[in-house]
Write a protein that binds this ligand. Structure first.
Ligand code: PMM
Length: 266
């Protein structure tokens, strides 16, 4: 069954600007809703990686995410830590996180590979060519992303990361235009032989292009859920989404399709 990572962005603009504990409570309550809706992991991030975003100091990032990671793991909720900073990844794993999700695949912070190797947790290696603001330039996006991820896996193994820790991600929207993103989704079955594949399409701009101009973000959740089902059908290991309930339903549809409704004989 395809895994669901529910997005929990603990950035200042994400939650009400009340007191610190109030914000923590909000974050934990939102995580609980995501978990109840069917998330397998809560992917906690304290730094926006969207186009135009400013890098956050790792200490500030840890002040944001660690209390949330601690509260969730203490409640038995599986946590993934979405960070490019090795110190944040290490601290989150010490608090019980079981996945490190690095949009730079370890290229932003050279210590990240060491932390992944030493902690031994699952490590999401996203395809990265200098972030969301870098210019997209590919002759054959699927082949180039595939080859770059393959090379990255080989480098990480030299650093002591075990192959079975690695999950790859095509990095939709990161130095890729809408056409590149759709090509990568169409070519997903060329990435799955390398390693388990995570897809992060949720609410991204290329989905917005399917909708009327200025449609609210929430309108992107139905097409996101459709992508989740199609990604599962293409062999994805997991999807990272904001609206977990819609994706849960879409994945359940795929599961019934795949099994011919084997549990529905009554
Ligand atoms: N996208 C964002 C953040 N983290 N992690 C992975 N593995 N893959 C992604 O595509 C990804 C990510 C940016 O999206 P957000 O601002 O909506 O969280």
């Amino acid at each position: 069954m395809t895994a669901i990572l529910g997005v929990l962005n603990v950035t200042p603009d994400s939650f009400s600007d009340g007191g610190r504990w109030e914000r923590l409570d909000d974050a934990v309550a939102h995580a609980r809703r995501l978990r109840d809706a069917g998330a397998d992991w809560i992917d906690v991030g304290g730094e926006s990686t969207r186009p135009g975003a400013v890098a956050v100091d790792p200490d500030e990032e840890q002040d944001r995410v660690l209390p949330v990671v601690r509260a969730l793991t203490q409640a038995g909720t599986p946590v993934s830590i979405d960070t490019r900073n090795a110190s944040t990844a290490r601290a989150a794993v010490e608090e019980g996180a079981t996945i490190i999700n690095d949009v730079s695949g370890g290229l932003y912070d050279p210590e990240m590979a060491v932390v992944a190797a030493e902690t031994g947790v699952r490590f999401v290696v996203m395809h990265w060519r200098g972030g969301a603001d870098a210019t997209p330039d590919y002759a054959d996006v699927v082949t180039e992303v595939r080859e770059e991820l393959k090379a990255r896996i080989a480098e990480l193994i030299v650093f002591g990361v075990r192959p079975e820790q690695i999950i790859i991600d095509p990095g939709l929207g990161f130095a890729k235009n809408a056409h590149h993103n759709w090509e990568l989704l169409r070519g997903l079955d060329r990435l799955t032989p390398l390693a388990p594949v995570l897809v992060g399409a949720s609410r991204k701009r290329f989905i917005g292009r399917l909708l009327p101009p200025n449609a609210p973000l929430g309108k992107r959740d139905a097409p996101t859920a459709t992508i989740s089902a199609l990604a599962a059908a293409s062999g994805a290991w997991g999807v990272r989404v904001h609206d977990v309930a819609a994706t849960r339903l879409a994945l359940d549809v795929w599961d019934h399709w795949r099994t011919g409704g084997a549990d529905d004989r009554d």
